[in-house]
Design a protein. Structure first.
Length: 854
């Protein structure tokens, strides 16, 4: 008979076939690919040199496209640049004049002037505006008629960029197509200090624009009419620090925006200065392309795709004008007669290289913007004056990069203090739970969830400290605090695991006993007889041993039924046929073994790694799905008290954790969520969500109050009995009916002297808030006294006598029973005395009998 290959051999063959398949379908060799890349790079450089030559050969106002309101304009002029040609069909250029008008309006409004000619106020701007601003945008359509809003002009992008293969020819499927009327915008500005060019000849006029600088920005637009991650675009342009004006464009295969940027400026001075800056920057890069890396070449333009077979999705292009708001005079009041320009320079110098110099309050970075799409034809502008009131919006507001970094550092340092406080609470709890009795009450999963969250923070902050040099000290401090909390917590978790090991072994033993009891003996006999004996050295014997009458020994906990049941199982198992008695007896007597702590530790590390990668990948998910994922993780992270609630129910334990530990951990672990859900300008720029935070806070509040209710009313109060396994109740309600059945504790017998009784009205009036005053007609409480063997003081025990209506007096009886504790051996003590005793020994102080844990 031919041999069948194993599964491992089959898996190896399948893997080999897959590797061969991928080798055959792989692209050409690296040599041919590198040749193609070099040829494409040379063609791109030659193409951009031609575009730069076109820019140098043109003059101011050589680009004057036809307006929409005019049918034929003989004075219309176009450029021989991609996207600036008349044949390209970019109908958005018809709104260029209106766009410049809106830009000038925002420029004048920021400088405190109006078109009526008011005197300008003193103004000063940041020289370096690297930072992040955000706000709201609205769609501007005041210059459009109803027909223009509906008609979409046809653009032949294959004719505009024939070297690129486009995956669609429909304009409606373009990306970055903003169709909504409002939304949110975020601009991340990045400025290079090395590129500063003074404008032309020396000009002493006060309104001269001064020097010009290179700038880049990453713009993220969110459309309120669509749910998603928004549109992200990269723009490059120039910045005039003296007047606070920015002009940026996108650049792609179908739009040579950076080469036509000077023709989009508002005046001649801006045209000349921007043209000189671009000539130096672009000319230097194109003259020595081999000295510039790919990332440097892509600094101001986008190269064509090296693979001609790749399909590209067309997108809308953008021309962005932004106006920085100057500082107000009342913002800086403590520096005498210094010019505001000098004060701003001192502020920037202190932000860039802090040395402790006194500086005023650092002003916010504020700017307005107007965005034109030449191919898609829409105009977007920031929401604020003069078109809107300050209540509706204040354009775009943010902070400089140095201020953001400093705020992040302070926040991380505060987070380190929070984690340190959590660690101190964990140490205090571990010291309080220093005995097997107290440590066995604590839920393993409650501490595990806390440590899992700390380990997750350690992984995230360690990654942040490695990729962000500016945040390295603060992030390293937080990661160290998290690691310290995890290491101390693992030691405490190991102690909990070891103390609960007998419970797990007993649970496994009961499961095995239950399996043996539920399995029919006839099936075992049939299986044993029909099983062939393959071992010739073992003599099979199927003799049935007669069942003997075993003695039943009453255990110390008086649980006779459980002893009889276990003895019956042992007797029934003895009548089964055996093959090897010695081997069977060895297997029967070997204790069941569960999963080790090391195995649980490895599984936790693997789960943490999976969640970490899943969280990092969630940054590319849709916004709604990512929001749901983060909220779910937050809800699970804050569910650690629920496991202790379940543990209290299973063990019939009223209180296992310190109140300062429960309340402190709840508040400290809610603090980061409160920051990100309630603070608008948080470091992650996440949206505030009061409803989500209310759900998280309400969930933690419910869990804490459930623990309080368990401590007062009992862990199983109000729960159905089929939800848990009955355990010993240390706080039974003692009634007169137990006298005849001898159910009262030892010392509280029926023949006790009447002098030990205490009248009921006094005892009832001692209850808080007069809870027992209304029960004098229905309930008569007799108090008997007995000496507590621990403190040697008198213990007054209430004996309840009711008229049959126990519903109304249930809460009062429960509260009275909290003052004493009765052991299974019928000894009675003060609750505080016995609880303190059981923290060290689970034995009765009188008879030394074993006590069930609390």
């Amino acid at each position: 008979m031919p041999s069948v290959p194993s599964r491992q051999e089959t898996a190896r063959l399948v893997l080999l076939a897959v590797l061969i398949f991928f080798l055959y379908i792989s692209p050409d060799s690296p040599t041919s690919g590198s040749k193609l890349s070099q040829e494409t790079a040379v063609d791109n450089v030659n193409q951009y040199k031609n575009l730069l030559a076109t820019l140098n050969s043109t003059r101011w106002q050589d680009f004057n496209p036809q307006r929409e309101s005019q049918v034929v304009d003989k004075s219309a002029k176009y450029l021989n640049l991609t996207g600036f040609r008349q044949d390209d069909g970019y109908q958005g250029w018809g709104r260029l004049a209106k766009w410049k008008e809106r830009c000038m309006l925002f420029f004048l409004e920021a400088h405190g002037r109006s078109q009526k000619g008011k005197e300008p106020r003193e103004s000063a701007f940041y020289t370096n505006i690297t930072g992040i601003v955000q706000g709201k945008w609205v769609r501007y359509e005041a210059d459009l008629i109803e027909l223009d809003r509906k008609v979409w002009p046809k653009i032949n992008i294959s004719k505009i960029a024939p070297a690129v293969k486009w995956d669609t020819e429909k304009n409606e499927l373009w990306t970055r197509n903003i169709t909504g009327s409002s939304g949110k915008i975020r601009i991340r500005l990045e400025e290079n200090d090395s590129e500063i060019i003074d404008h032309g000849p020396k000009d002493s006029r006060e309104d001269s624009i001064g020097s010009v600088r290179e700038i880049a920005a990453t713009i993220t637009l969110y459309d309120d009419s669509k749910k998603g991650n928004g549109w992200v675009m990269r723009t490059h342009g120039v910045y005039w620090p003296k007047v606070g004006a920015l002009l940026m464009t996108t650049t792609s295969e179908k739009f040579a925006g950076i080469f036509g940027l000077p023709h989009l400026t508002l005046d001649l001075e801006q045209y000349v200065s921007s043209q000189r800056l671009l000539n130096r920057k672009l000319g230097k890069a194109l003259d020595n392309p081999e000295k510039n890396s790919r990332s440097e070449r892509e600094n101001m333009w986008v190269m064509n795709s090296e693979d001609g077979d790749v399909l590209m999705t067309p997108h809308c292009e953008f021309v962005v004008f932004a106006q920085v708001y100057p500082f107000e005079v009342d913002q800086i009041t403590n520096f005498g007669d210094k010019k505001m320009t000098l004060i701003i320079q001192e502020i920037e110098r202190e932000l860039r290289a802090p040395n402790g110099a006194p500086t005023p309050r650092i002003p916010m970075l504020k700017m307005s913007t107007v965005i034109l799409s030449p191919d898609c034809g829409f105009i977007l502008e920031s929401k604020g004056p003069p078109s809107f009131t300050f209540e509706d919006g204040e354009h775009l507001i943010g902070k400089k990069h140095e201020v953001l970094v400093r705020n992040m550092q302070h926040l991380l340092e505060g987070f380190a203090v929070v984690i340190l406080a959590q660690t101190l609470l964990l140490i205090a709890q571990s010291k309080d739970a220093s005995t097997p009795s107290t440590i066995g009450r604590i839920s393993l999963f409650t501490i595990s969830f806390m440590l899992f969250a700390d380990a997750f923070i350690f992984a995230i902050l360690s990654l942040l400290s490695g990729v962000s040099p500016n945040l390295f000290p603060s992030a390293l401090l937080v990661s160290f605090m998290s690691l310290m909390s995890v290491m101390l917590g693992i030691r405490f978790l190991s102690a909990i695991w070891n103390s609960q090991e007998p419970e797990r072994i007993e649970r496994l033993r009961q499961q095995r006993v239950l399996e043996v009891a539920t399995q029919p003996s006839s099936e075992l006999n049939l299986t044993q007889v029909n099983t062939p004996n393959t071992d010739t050295n073992i003599t099979s014997t199927t003799t049935v041993r007669p069942q003997e009458d075993n003695l039943i020994i009453i255990p110390s906990d008086q649980d006779i039924d459980a002893e009889i049941f276990e003895d019956t199982l042992n007797s029934s198992s003895s009548i089964l046929p055996t093959t090897n008695e010695n081997r069977a007896s060895t297997q029967a007597t070997s204790p069941p073994r569960g999963v080790s702590f090391a195995t649980i530790y490895v599984r936790s590390v693997l789960l943490l790694t999976f969640i970490l990668f899943l969280t990092l990948s969630s940054t590319s998910w849709p916004a709604r799905l990512r929001k749901m994922y983060i909220f779910t993780l937050s809800l699970i992270n804050l569910s650690f008290p629920s496991f202790q609630i379940y543990r209290n129910v299973q063990r019939n334990c009223r209180k296992a954790l310190l109140w300062k530990f429960i309340i402190g951990q709840s508040i400290l672990r809610m603090a980061p969520f409160a920051y990100f859900y309630l603070i608008d300008d948080n470091i992650l720029f996440s949206e505030t969500d009061l409803k989500a935070f209310s759900v998280l806070a309400g969930w933690v509040w419910i869990q804490c109050w459930t623990l309080v209710a368990q401590s007062i009313l009992g862990p199983r109060w109000g729960l159905p009995k089929n939800w848990y396994v009955e355990g010993w109740n240390y706080h039974p309600i003692l009634r007169n009916e137990n006298l005849e059945a001898s159910g009262l504790p030892i010392g509280l017998t029926i023949d006790q002297d009447a002098s030990t009784f205490i009248h009921t009205p006094t005892s009832i009036s001692s209850l808080p808030d007069g809870q027992g005053q209304g029960k004098l007609g229905k309930m008569t409480n007799s108090f008997r006294s007995v000496d507590c063997a621990i403190c040697m003081q008198v213990l007054e025990v209430p004996i309840i006598k009711t008229d049959g209506d126990t519903t109304t007096s249930g809460v009062a009886e429960i509260l009275q029973s909290r003052r004493y504790m009765v052991t299974p051996c019928r000894h009675i003590f003060h609750s505080k005395c016995l609880e303190g005793w059981m923290q060290f020994r689970l034995q009765c102080p009188i008879c030394r009998d074993k006590l069930p844990p609390l």
